[in-house]
Design a protein around this ligand. Sequence first.
Ligand code: HEC
Ligand code: HEC
Ligand code: HEC
Ligand code: HEC
Length: 138
Amino acid sequence: MKKRILFLSTVIISIALFTGAGILIATDCPDEISIKSDAFTKYKKGAVKFSHGKHHVDYKLACTECHHVYKEGKNTYKEGDPVQKCSACHDAVKSKGKVKKLMLAYHKNCQGCHKQLEKAGKKAGPTRKCNDCHEKKK
Ligand code: HEC
Ligand code: HEC
Ligand code: HEC
Ligand code: HEC
């Protein structure tokens, strides 16, 4: 009986979070993600396969390299906090001041870091070639 109530409330909370925010909210660190944001209305490029878990574990990157919630100019995101899609804040069409439009947000984050590493003479991920990140469009 207790279990059932627990299960039901989990379901209800999940539904409330999901529909209430209209965006995916989760807290664990998934291993592999295919990034194809539904905020874009058309796609010039294919989806991006992203080794999310490897970036954290093998490349030793903190969650806050990529996830942020700014309060008074400071990133207050902590591991275990819910994660929102980048599109929750970065508009697909227009940059708004420092909040760059969605494609730039992804590119600045992904390529930005890879380019910095490359400059420092370290091993980096793809910096230029589109199809090193984007899958061939089907
Ligand atoms: C190198 C960048 C990077 C690092 C480091 C990183 N993430 Fe992410 N994470 C992303 C991106 C990009 C997405 C996809 C966002 C989107 O779809 O808009 C994502 C998605 C997620 C999601 C949503 C799952 C889903 O399927 O959409 C969760 C939860 C998450 N990350 C948690 C974490 C946690 C916890 C850590 C640290 C232990 C972490 N991430 C480290 C970039 C990163
Ligand atoms: C809760 C809202 C929110 C979410 C979700 C969000 N951003 Fe941002 N992002 C911001 C704000 C606000 C700024 C501007 C911060 C400042 O004042 O410099 C920003 C700035 C950035 C910048 C500018 C460079 C920097 O200093 O970090 C990049 C790149 C970026 N975001 C990428 C991403 C990516 C990639 C994701 C998804 C993994 C994401 N953002 C999710 C709100 C958000
Ligand atoms: C803060 C730094 C940082 C950020 C942000 C980052 N990466 Fe990387 N990326 C790395 C490092 C470090 C490597 C590994 C280089 C090596 O050891 O070979 C890497 C490797 C890769 C590789 C090749 C190897 C693999 O694991 O697949 C791809 C593809 C890649 N990154 C895609 C992305 C994408 C897509 C994003 C944005 C969603 C991203 N990266 C964000 C640091 C970063
Ligand atoms: C380091 C990885 C990386 C590289 C290299 C990269 N991109 Fe992206 N790009 C992304 C990610 C992640 C997204 C978000 C994908 C999505 O949501 O569909 C994205 C989104 C886009 C989008 C918006 C979505 C769409 O399909 O219309 C365009 C356009 C785009 N990239 C063009 C390019 C072009 C052109 C190049 C080469 C000059 C390039 N990208 C190289 C990671 C990369």
